[in-house]
Design a protein around this ligand. Structure first.
Ligand code: SF4
Ligand code: FES
Length: 583
């Protein structure tokens, strides 16, 4: 989007600045080089060395970019206190936040190859924690609907079972998709699975300007769709053709040939250089396709840099990649082991209670949150006239850190959820619900400030920015139709953080979770008419879905259906194997 906008502006004769955001007069690539050369390893160091205002807390644009540069260079745990407030919610809780505030769980399945044992573990975990399962485009299994408070238990079971983080939440390598190649396919001329697994294991966890994906096909039939990936290999009689800078997404792009007939043992240095060069020079949130389009000289220049070492930096690029590869660790394993990091995984910081904010429905035998409400909550929360306000102790001050990027908590009082933030020694309190889609998520938002003294929290769902201080506190800076209630808050000598609140019932009457919980009544079924038509027409598709959980065999023929068969397996009663399968 930014690229299209910039090109249009340039064609109109306007000057286009590639600055990261109002806090930095540098592009991402410039900032990367400064951070690299000066070895700046914290946000504070970067802001005080390169920022327009050394004291600024940054914003939702520069914080994740700097977080990603620091990760690309130093690969520290993303939940470390000094880094955590830099990241979007996905990175902060090592899972992609979903519509209802739950998270997705995606263990790594390198090359899409998975053992029956791991499938059993995944199935058992999904069943135990009520998770919705879906196969992703990157050939792995996504488990949706994990509550923040269940994430540690879920991941403990997965890690115990030999699995690790799939980094699906990060701007990093996602997957290297593969076809079966010579492992099974009669047309295969190269071991695509073997190569894909090696590449995914090498580049896993490495963060860049944006996510990047790989693919390997065992022959020109291209079943792995390697030519729409950031890097893709297609087996030839002599090795692999290497393609780069392709993607699907909003503006699909076929990749371009970087090198032909590369022997398997020469693939790694080429990809190391290519990826390290992209990580260094890519713009913020720029995929490799747009990056190559904007690289002066395009693929010809890239070939000169990567294959002919025109810039004399090949060894440096390879060393950078080697350092990153050597620094790998599983972020979930480290989190499970670390009491401080574990403490973040609780829905409310002041109670172990839990509450659901979106009604759950069953669809095709699996749970999912009901659809978003069609309308935002347009109430004037900010202008609410409370009958009286009194100071209430809400949470111990020790919960908050003094990280330069700020810290936050979601607290519960009665049926109302509040967000409390601490930044530079000062506290701010607001309602937890973002009125846009009634998502209870504001405490997970990034904090940002501007030169004119504004301070805001950016909703992690769709980035509505709510002001936190001054006469405009509670206003939304980028959507006039919504606003939020704010409350006075302070830390006292007894070590508690106090918030000035109206009586419980009055607050619940305005902001209670039950009142704003999204239910099936808030939206229409988008398939109502279609299903009616399909039913009437008795079309095959509709019938097909209906019987999917039932067996095509009759009961007399042994048909048990999905639930019956799974239960029989778990009881050790599967057919033809007395006493069950020997594991
Ligand atoms: S790309 Fe070729 S080797 Fe791979 S599955 Fe398809 S036909 Fe087989
Ligand atoms: S729910 Fe959409 S911006 Fe907050």
């Amino acid at each position: 989007m930014q690229t299209i906008f910039n090109k249009t502006m340039l064609s109109m004769g306007a000057e286009v600045k590639n600055h990261l955001c109002p806090h930095f007069e540098y592009s991402r690539a410039d900032l990367f080089n400064i951070i690299y050369v000066k070895k700046l390893d914290t946000f504070t160091a970067v802001m005080s060395t390169c920022g327009k205002d050394p004291e600024s807390v940054g914003c939702e644009l520069c914080k994740p970019t700097i977080g990603s540069i620091l990760a690309s260079l130093f690969n520290k745990h993303i939940m470390d206190k000094s880094l955590n407030g830099l990241q979007d919610t996905n990175d902060r809780f090592l899972g992609n936040i979903q519509r209802n505030g739950t998270f997705s769980v995606i263990p790594r399945v390198s090359g899409g190859e998975i053992t029956p044992e791991k499938l059993i573990i995944i199935g058992t975990v999904a069943k135990k924690y009520g998770l919705y399962c879906k196969i992703t485009g990157g050939q792995r299994i996504d488990m949706f609907g994990a509550k923040k408070g269940d994430l540690l238990d879920i991941w403990t079971e997965l890690v115990e079972g030999g699995m690790e983080s799939g980094h699906a939440y990060a701007k990093s390598l996602r997957t290297v998709k593969s076809c079966v190649g010579t492992t099974w396919c009669r047309f295969g001329i190269g071991d695509s699975v073997g190569m894909a697994v090696r590449l995914e294991e090498r580049y896993k966890s490495i963060r860049g300007p944006h996510k990047f994906k790989g693919g390997v096909s065992g022959c020109v039939r291209e079943c792995a769709e390697a030519q729409n990936k950031d890097f893709g290999l297609i087996a030839t009689e002599k090795g692999f053709n290497i393609f780069v800078a392709g993607n699907g997404g909003a503006k699909p792009k076929h990749s371009e040939l970087l090198a032909k007939d590369v022997a398997p043992d020469d693939v790694i240095p080429i990809l190391d250089r290519y990826l390290a060069f992209y990580i260094r020079t890519g713009d913020k949130l720029q995929r490799t396709a747009r990056w190559l389009e904007n690289l002066p000289g395009g693929i010809k220049y890239l070939r000169e840099v990567i294959l002919e070492d025109k810039l004399g930096i090949a060894a440096d690029l390879e060393q950078q990649m080697l350092d990153l590869v050597g620094s790998f660790f599983c972020e979930w394993t480290e989190t499970i082991r670390n009491p401080e990091k574990r403490a973040a995984f609780q829905q409310f910081a002041n109670t172990e209670e839990r509450s659901e904010t979106v009604e759950q429905v069953m669809d095709r035998n699996q749970p999912r949150p009901t659809y978003w409400p069609a309308e935002s909550a347009k109430e004037d929360f900010r202008g609410t006239k409370w009958s009286s306000l009194a100071w209430q102790p809400m949470i111990e001050a020790t919960h908050f850190s003094d990280a330069a990027t700020g810290s936050s908590a979601n607290v519960k009082r009665g049926d109302t959820q509040l967000a409390i933030f601490k930044l530079k020694g000062k506290y701010y309190a607001t309602q937890q619900m973002c009125p846009h889609k009634r998502a209870f998520a504001l405490s997970d938002g990034l904090l940002g400030d501007s030169a004119d003294g504004k301070l805001w929290v950016s909703c992690p769902m769709h980035k509505r920015n709510y002001e936190l201080k001054g006469p405009e506190a509670g206003k939304c800076g980028n959507d006039d139709s919504v606003n939020i209630a704010v409350f006075q808050v302070e830390e006292r000598e007894d070590g508690w953080v106090y918030v000035k609140l109206p009586p419980v019932e009055e607050l619940d009457g305005v902001l209670g979770t039950e009142k704003w919980k999204v239910t099936t009544k808030d939206s229409e079924d988008p398939f109502a008419k279609l299903d009616e038509k399909l039913k009437k027409d008795s079309m095959k598709g509709y019938k097909g879905r209906k019987v999917q959980s039932e067996s095509h065999l009759t009961k007399e023929e042994g048909g048990l259906g999905e639930m019956g068969k799974a239960a029989a397996i778990l009881r050790g009663e599967e057919k033809n194997r007395e006493g069950g399968m020997d594991w």
